[in-house]
Design a protein. Sequence first.
Length: 342
Amino acid sequence: MSEEVISTDAVIVGAGPCGLFAIFELGLLDIKCHVVDILDRPGGQCAELYPEKPIYDIPALPIVTGSELTHRLLDQAKPFKPEYHFNQMVTELTKREDGRFELKTDGGLVFNAKVVVIAAGGGSFQPKKPPIPGIEAYEAKSVFYSVKKMETLRGRDILIVGGGDSALDWTLNLQPLARSLTLLHRRDDFRAAPDSVKKMRELVAAGKMQFKLGQVTGLTGEGGVLASVQVKGNEGPFDITANAMLPFFGLTMKLGPVAEWGLNLHENLIPVDTAKFETSTPGIFAIGDINTYPGKLKLILSGFHEAALMAQEAFHHIHPGERLLFQYTTSSSSLQKKLGVA
């Protein structure tokens, strides 16, 4: 059975602030975008590492949180109807004989694009794996570091490990689907939204799930199918029956497959020219923290500038030979019509 290929003008790798603003800049030029991100939501570092942390150097916004900035950028991009693909990591990027690019993800998606925009920050976020002996044998069968399809966990005995937003969010989302659900954390204190913690405790009080204190020390099962989990508790060891475990121990940054895309990396960054923000491969662009050039500043506002210049050059790759008329959103009725404000 052949894979379904998604054909598009541009694929943006990374849904952080720079990737989201690139949708807007490309959209003004009628360039259709698909966006791929390894996380389960947009926002990149802003959403995952500091959603509530204030940012003070975004023009015209004296103070804005990472979460609010993400929502504003999503609203700004909305008129151009981008298509998002979360929980997906681009594992292969190759140039076709016809000059287009083929991208494949670890989730089985295949894209055929005229241009590629790499806006992957410092690389892809990779889950931090707990130091549990033999855990590799259970990965992707019984141990999952992200949830791609909730239905695959319906009717299972689920153990969620962690105390941050991801652990609490998935506890609340999966509890209605699970046969049984246990949340395990090393202490009775959480780094998650207070409302989520309150709802979790209400479910425990109602007998709809369990909360346990302790740390996982071992796994028992056969053929990658989990049967139970051994835990070191404050009052001694105990077992938890589970055939699915979701450890949420945070994320770490790794360059990942980008290193294998033949882009002449320099110290794990992608060199670009400052007129086009194009890489050593024509048609592949890099914006934001993933790129490097003389005088580079790793600021969100710098990434926004890079996205604007990238879009101008991307137009010429997508529409070779066509003249591009530069227009201002404040005075162009055609741009205002695209934005829905005319």
